[in-house]
Write a protein that binds this ligand. Structure first.
Ligand SMILES: *Cc1c(COP(=O)(O)O)cnc(C)c1O
Length: 358
């Protein structure tokens, strides 16, 4: 018998991140990974320097200080917060603890590419459910549930759609799921939505886990910190598979400083909404369709795949990288991260030249 990976592993295609360089362009504008153009809070630098003083010491295993800060800021029970290497790690814990061979893991048509990877990694079957007009369809999810459904992943706001479901719809989903299924509300873009903290409120139920991240609004994608909030019983289970030292003291210190600087977070949030409105209006004025986004990116829809491809090429020629989202079911669209005012200007003028030349 040759050395053989576990069932499901070979179904996983390697994840492709957003490109960050373009040969020959010194001044690349990267709008492909929904990173914050504003960077992290100014409080993060000093916190990192301080943490660097004690790198010979192992970090805290229980993340008590960071969990307390999160609980204080969001009005939560610190005992029900779990921190991970990005929210990705918390999502992975959930798959590892609650799904396995013979189980089904539901995700939606335009949902995050990591969900089927997490399902395959534990030998469960990923089940993709159709969305309706780029919006999660609760009835379709409920219809797809079986006694084998272990997990249901929903992104709210969606990536790359930028759309949300009203809280009542998510409540209806949680209430309608089979008894053994855990609903995961991935709130990576929650801070940019009109209705905030929906996942955290849902996580007061015994079958909902909410996840949040420091990678987007807080500008710390490079450090890898995220967290989850859920019923005590679920968090207790997830902590069993979490490595005791999964987060370094550098990560813990940066995240705590970032979450405590709510003034900075609110500024970034407000400015993102202003620039998002400018980008949306600019696209629409150029005849490029897009939904009202509730995230820090806009999904620009072109006439067809050929036009989206040509636009992507034209942007690259002037040093701008956006994201093709063919793998998310949108061959005709490009996902564009909301940048600083001058970056939005640069993107819109490049798009205008593209449209003018077409
Ligand atoms: C960016 C993103 C995340 C965040 O991942 P981290 O591991 O916290 O960096 C989670 N879910 C979705 C849908 C995302 O787009």
């Amino acid at each position: 018998m040759p050395i053989t990976p576990q069932p499901g592993i070979m179904q996983i295609a390697l994840y492709k991140g957003g490109q960050s360089t373009l040969p020959g362009h010194p001044d690349v504008l990267k709008l492909s990974s929904n990173e914050s153009p504003w960077g992290p809070s100014p409080e993060v630098g000093p916190a990192l320097a301080q943490a660097a003083q004690t790198l010979n010491r192992y970090p805290s295993t229980d993340h008590a200080a960071l969990r307390a800060a999160i609980a204080e800021v969001y009005g939560l029970d610190a005992e029900r917060v779990i921190c991970g290497v990005g929210s990705d790690e918390v999502l992975q814990f959930a798959a590892q603890c609650y799904a396995g061979p013979g189980d089904e893991v539901i995700y939606t048509e335009h949902g995050f590419a990591m969900y089927p990877i997490f399902a395959n990694a534990v030998g469960a079957a990923p089940v993709k459910v159709a969305e309706r007009e780029r919006r999660v369809d609760v009835d379709a999810i409920l219809a797809a549930c079986t006694e084998r459904t272990a997990l249901v992943f929903v992104t709210n706001p969606g990536n790359p759609t930028g759309t949300t479901l009203p809280e009542a719809e998510l409540v209806r989903l949680a209430e309608g799921l089979p008894e053994r299924a855990l609903l995961i509300v991935d709130g990576a873009y929650d801070e940019f939505a009109a209705e905030r903290d929906v996942g955290l409120r849902l996580a007061e139920r015994d079958n909902v886990l909410a996840t949040r991240t420091f990678s987007k609004l807080f500008g710390l994608g490079g450090l890898r910190i995220g967290w989850g909030y859920g019923p005590a019983a679920v968090i207790e289970v997830l902590n069993r598979v979490r490595q005791p030292f999964n987060l370094s003291q550098v990560q813990l210190a940066a995240a705590e400083a970032a979450v405590r600087d709510q003034a900075f977070a609110r500024e970034v949030q407000a400015e993102t909404l202003v620039q998002r409105a400018r980008l949306t209006e600019g696209l629409q004025a150029l005849g490029i369709a897009c939904d009202e986004s509730e995230a820090n990116f806009v999904l620009a829809r072109f006439a067809d795949e050929a036009e989206a491809g040509a636009c992507d090429e034209a942007l690259r020629e002037v040093g701008i990288i956006v994201r093709r989202v063919t793998g998310y079911g949108f061959p005709e669209a490009l996902r564009m991260t909301v940048g600083r005012p001058e970056e939005v200007d640069r993107l819109l003028s490049a798009l205008s030249r593209f449209k003018g030349a077409a």
